[in-house]
Ligand binder design. Structure first.
Ligand code: T46
Length: 144
């Protein structure tokens, strides 16, 4: 059940991206700062995920991101330190926006599932919180 503090999870949302329909095949695009509420700094993608494997399992201090299932499907489980929500991504024209301060895990990858991640910051290990107990402590500090 969600508590009043789950409003932080409300910032995690699906963004529907432009779709250019074409008999030759459809096209979707993203422009930095336009369709997404951050400046684009980096992209990476996750693919060939074996059945049953999980990615993620951390939060970020500063990084915002948009996750897109450019192929297949997968689930994104997000947590604000107390409440969890699960989003299934399976449309190449939809992205899941995740602001900083949210724990995320990715699982249930389909065969051919590809996760494109567009992010606001360069790769910096010090931006990660990889311990869930430590993450929960930072959430409590934010709430107080
Ligand atoms: C996230 C989820 C969805 C780099 O060298 N550069 C990069 O830009 C990235 C993203 C990773 N790496 C290196 C760091 C590790 O040695 O690649 C290795 C695997 O990274 P990690 O264990 O963080 O991968 P995931 O799938 O757990 O998490 C990644 C992102 O790191 C993370 O920001 O939100 O995908």
């Amino acid at each position: 059940m969600n508590t009043p503090d789950s409003r932080q999870l409300d910032a995690v949302k699906i963004i529907t991206l432009p779709r250019i329909h074409d008999p030759r095949g459809n096209l979707t695009f993203v422009e930095s700062g336009a369709q997404i509420p951050f400046s684009l700094n980096r992209a990476y993608w996750i693919y060939d995920v074996p059945a049953g494997e999980e990615r993620g399992g951390h939060s970020h201090h500063e990084m915002s991101q948009l996750l897109i299932a450019v192929g297949g499907s997968f689930n994104v489980n997000v947590c604000d330190g107390e409440n969890w929500r699960t989003f299934t991504l399976n449309r190449p024209y939809e992205g899941l926006f995740i602001p900083p301060g949210i724990w995320r895990t990715l699982d249930n990858f389909s065969s051919g599932g590809v996760c494109l991640s567009l992010v606001s910051t360069p790769y910096e290990e010090s931006d990660y919180i990889r311990d869930f107990e430590e993450f929960k402590k930072t959430c409590r500090k934010t709430i107080q």
